[in-house]
Design a protein around this ligand. Structure first.
Ligand SMILES: *[C@@H]1O[C@H](CO)[C@@H](O)[C@H](O)[C@H]1NC(C)=O
Length: 493
């Protein structure tokens, strides 16, 4: 209510001026070194990054805080634009080139491009030897095809000219981690507690290795695992003080390795035999949080997890807020045996394919379902999804005692029908246990050829009307399931 006192305004102004000065002073020398180093790093393609340096030159002290758009446009220019003339040179003259093939109309390309540009800036700041390049495959179809770019967006790493598929994540951070892993910098070495503190601020998941000496077979296995893994940053240190900052109470033996995540179960020590494959397996079983929210960005990783038992909670964001903590407590009991996943029920693309499996695609209430991907079975929690019920349900999943779920429409009234309508729930009684001979027509609403068949079956039903030992029936296989009814839907074109 009171206007700020003149003194506080004065202090504020002074502080701003001071900040301005500090920024001004620190900008000059750091800017200069960056340019120098770049000239060393990217020898042979100076003309291609000339543009980029121009931008740096323009940056005076008056731009102490460049806008987000400015940062982005600068980052975009660090990325070399490939065309039919320069592609060969860029690929052949650099040990490592990470290429993004995109199309201007492609939405996913548009999402990836700023991440790619940000990664390019970060990699340059880290003095990585990777050259980042992009190619508009619509404008330069021939050059793109020569590189082996077929879909959009495509990321390819060229190492001495030979191409390698990209297998990392799609945020700028993940691109940086992957690029460094595959270009000879799989592990970051941390030597001081200050650096460790700084590293902690930047990373929410990482692997820490404490080694007396960076040599020997265990250390080699560690580096091998760091290189093969596609997404998690590995760090190494020989200082117990540094290790303790990253992973408190780490075992101070000859070598220790642990996984750190930013969630309640922050620290997991690796206790297996020291082989790269065991380390990777340990990561695959422990890298996900207690409860993972599935997004477009992580869905592929979630679906390809080696943990075959999965409990899904489909809930709106607000409903899920109340459920998260109790669910984490349940998840803790089944750690590394069952994956617990949350899908926002309003995310059509992510939720609907699953909900359709239970005939619940219209549901707005929380749905809890489970899958055993070893035997391709699905299960539905049919009572209220309280934490206790979810825990019982999960225990049943683990012990294999749940009843698999089969879809069924409500039981119809068949009294007057010449052709009986069968649903999942009546399949046993009316088909399998029936003493009669039954001609069963299996159809789906979207099957075009089914219509003609249906007409034929109706003719037959009329023809055999008086015959008591023979009945005609029909079932909609898109809405009804039964273990004895194995239908494969043929794709005809
Ligand atoms: C690329 O070639 C150079 C020179 O032959 C070699 O030193 C380097 O190890 C090669 N890099 C890769 C990743 O194959």
């Amino acid at each position: 209510m009171n206007p700020p006192k003149p003194t506080s305004r004065f202090i504020f102004l002074t502080l701003t001026l001071l900040l301005f000065l500090i920024l001004f002073i620190s900008l000059i020398p750091s800017g200069a070194t960056t340019v120098d180093n770049d000239e060393d790093d990217l020898e042979g393609i100076e003309e291609l990054i000339a543009l980029d340096e121009e931008v740096e030159g323009e940056e005076g002290p008056q731009h102490t805080k460049p806008s987000e758009a400015e940062v982005l446009s600068k980052a975009q220019r660090i990325v070399i634009e490939l065309n039919i003339d320069n592609t060969h040179t860029v690929i052949d003259q650099n040990e490592f080139v990470l290429v993004l093939g995109y199309a201007p109309w492609c939405v996913r390309s548009a999402e990836l491009m700023p991440q790619f540009a940000e990664a390019a800036t970060a990699l340059r700041d880290l003095k990585s030897g990777v050259v980042m390049a992009k190619i508009d495959a619509e404008r330069h179809p021939k050059a793109a095809a020569n590189l082996g770019i077929k879909g959009f967006p495509t990321l390819l790493l060229f190492a001495n000219g030979s191409s390698h598929a990209y297998s990392g994540g799609f945020t700028s951070k993940e691109i940086v981690i992957w690029a460094r892993k595959k270009t000879g910098e799989p592990v970051v070495r941390i030597i001081s507690v200050t650096d460790a503190d700084e590293f902690l601020k930047q990373h929410s998941i990482f692997v820490v290795g404490l080694f007396h000496k960076f040599e020997g077979s265990e250390y080699e296995e560690f580096v091998k695992a760091a290189t093969s893994d596609n997404e998690i940053q590995f760090v190494e240190t020989s200082s117990i003080d540094v290790a303790n900052v990253l992973f408190p109470n780490i075992k101070p033996s000859k070598f220790s390795v642990g996984l750190v995540k930013s969630e309640p179960e922050r620290y997991t020590a690796f206790e297996g035999t020291f082989k790269a494959e065991n380390l990777l397996q340990f990561l695959n079983h422990n890298k996900f949080p207690l409860v993972t929210t599935v997004t477009d960005l992580n869905s592929v990783r979630v679906y390809s997890s080696p943990i075959k038992l999965q409990v899904y909670v489909f809930a709106g964001v607000d409903d899920f807020k109340n459920l998260l903590e109790p669910l984490q407590n349940v998840a803790r009991k089944f750690k590394s045996e069952i994956m617990f996943l949350h899908v926002d029920i309003r995310e059509e693309n992510l939720a609907k394919p699953f909900l359709t499996l239970f005939g619940l695609e219209e549901s707005e209430d929380t749905v809890v379902a489970a899958f055993d991907n070893k035997v391709s079975s699905k299960y539905l929690l049919e009572s209220d999804p309280t934490p206790t019920k979810i825990q019982e349900f999960s225990m049943g999943l683990l012990q294999g005692t749940l009843m698999p779920f089969y879809k069924s429409q409500p039981i119809p009234d068949n009294k007057e029908a010449s052709i009986q309508t069968i649903v999942g729930k009546t399949f046993d009684d009316l088909i399998l246990s029936s003493p009669k001979n039954i001609l069963l027509e299996v159809h789906t609403p979207w099957c075009i050829n089914c219509e003609t068949t249906s007409k034929q079956v109706e003719k037959l039903a009329r023809h055999f009307k008086g015959l008591d030992s023979m009945k005609c029936a029909r079932i909609d296989a898109s809405a009804n399931e039964h273990p004895k009814l194995q239908v494969s839907f043929l794709q005809t074109s």
